[in-house]
Design a protein around this ligand. Structure first.
Ligand SMILES: [Zn+2]
Ligand SMILES: [Zn+2]
Length: 322
């Protein structure tokens, strides 16, 4: 049988069977459920298993936060069918190397409002327990990345060693800096201290300095600027690579088109842009994956050069078990 004939035969049979069982009347309406699917997405990277975990979304007034005119932001958003405030994903990434279970970033916990703080539930939905996590690598000590270290006043990952760059530790955990900070910025310092200090007290925290391998297959890559110790993590297995880039980008619809646009959260706007430019240029010519904290969940894909900016090609959905 020719392929088309076969396909037609299969479809015809399907139509017959559907017609045979179809109810004579339309079904009664049901209440709308209005919840999203569990927030995890899984893929293999060589022999490593990568699970993107959603902490939720938060509506950000990006026209006020991005360092370009609000009118320009609005017109760039409109090209992506978006408007302000933009519902912005907060993503974290769980890597099972086979030897170690490593979580990169932890979401916001209770620090960033009621629409975030879903990481633990999604981690469990994805088939893991927080007690199984061996290591936690924080891209930087902002509340939407470190806040999830704590849950109901206790260490959410009681068996994990937490790692972050020394420069972020020195800056965000400093009582001096907290006292000197503008009133509106103090919560950033307090949030970092409340999230990390319990792990330090328990002997479960170990800072690192700059580029360094943390476990076989996962290395810290300094991409400072957004914060003084902002770090990306390069995950490599069997020749495949993924760079977990934290906050190198916040608003894809604007900063991919014009990577020179920075955001109010950047500690050092020039350095933040320089890091984005350097990393994105390198990745636009490679087969390396990026995994971003604030691109639409799961935030995994590839970059390609597009005019003066970049195009993000989101990962294709996969059923995994095959
Ligand atoms: Zn940040
Ligand atoms: Zn962030």
């Amino acid at each position: 049988m020719k392929p088309y004939t076969l396909l037609f035969a299969v479809l015809s049979a399907a139509v017959v069977s559907i017609t045979a069982v179809a109810p004579p009347q339309a079904l009664a309406s049901a209440p709308m459920v209005k919840t999203q699917a569990p927030g995890y997405f899984r893929m293999m990277l060589g022999s490593f298993e990568v699970t993107a975990l959603s902490d939720g979304t938060v509506k950000l007034p990006v026209d006020q936060l991005l360092k370009t005119s609000p009118e320009r932001v609005k017109s760039m958003l409109a090209k992506s069918q978006l408007s302000t405030p933009v519902e912005t994903s907060v993503n974290a990434f769980l890597i099972n190397t086979g030897d170690k279970l490593v979580l990169i970033d932890t979401g916001a916990g209770a620090l960033f409002g009621p629409t975030l703080g879903n990481l633990l539930a999604n981690l469990k939905a994805s088939g893991y327990q927080p007690e199984q996590v061996d290591e936690i690598y924080i891209t930087h000590l902002h509340p939407d990345h470190a806040g999830g270290l704590m849950s109901n006043g206790a260490m959410a990952f009681p068996n994990a060693i937490v790692r972050a760059d020394q420069r972020d530790v020195d800056f965000w955990l400093s009582e001096d800096n907290l006292n000197k900070a503008a009133e509106g910025d103090k919560d950033f310092f307090k949030g970092a201290m409340a999230s990390v200090n319990p792990y330090i007290k328990a002997g479960h925290f170990k800072a690192f300095s700059g580029n360094t391998e943390l476990v076989p297959g996962i290395s810290a890559v300094s991409t400072h600027g957004h914060t003084a110790g902002h770090t990306s993590y390069l995950v490599q297995s069997d020749g495949q690579k993924m760079l977990v880039i934290g906050d190198l980008i916040h608003v894809g619809a604007v900063q991919l088109d014009d990577p020179s646009v920075t955001i109010a959260f950047d500690s050092d706007t020039k350095a933040a842009y320089a890091s984005r430019h350097k990393v994105f240029d390198a990745l636009a010519n490679s087969s390396e994956w990026i995994a971003a904290a604030h691109l639409s969940f799961p935030g995994i894909g590839h970059l390609r050069k597009d005019g003066k900016g970049y195009r993000f090609i989101a990962v294709n959905y996969n059923g995994l078990k095959s």
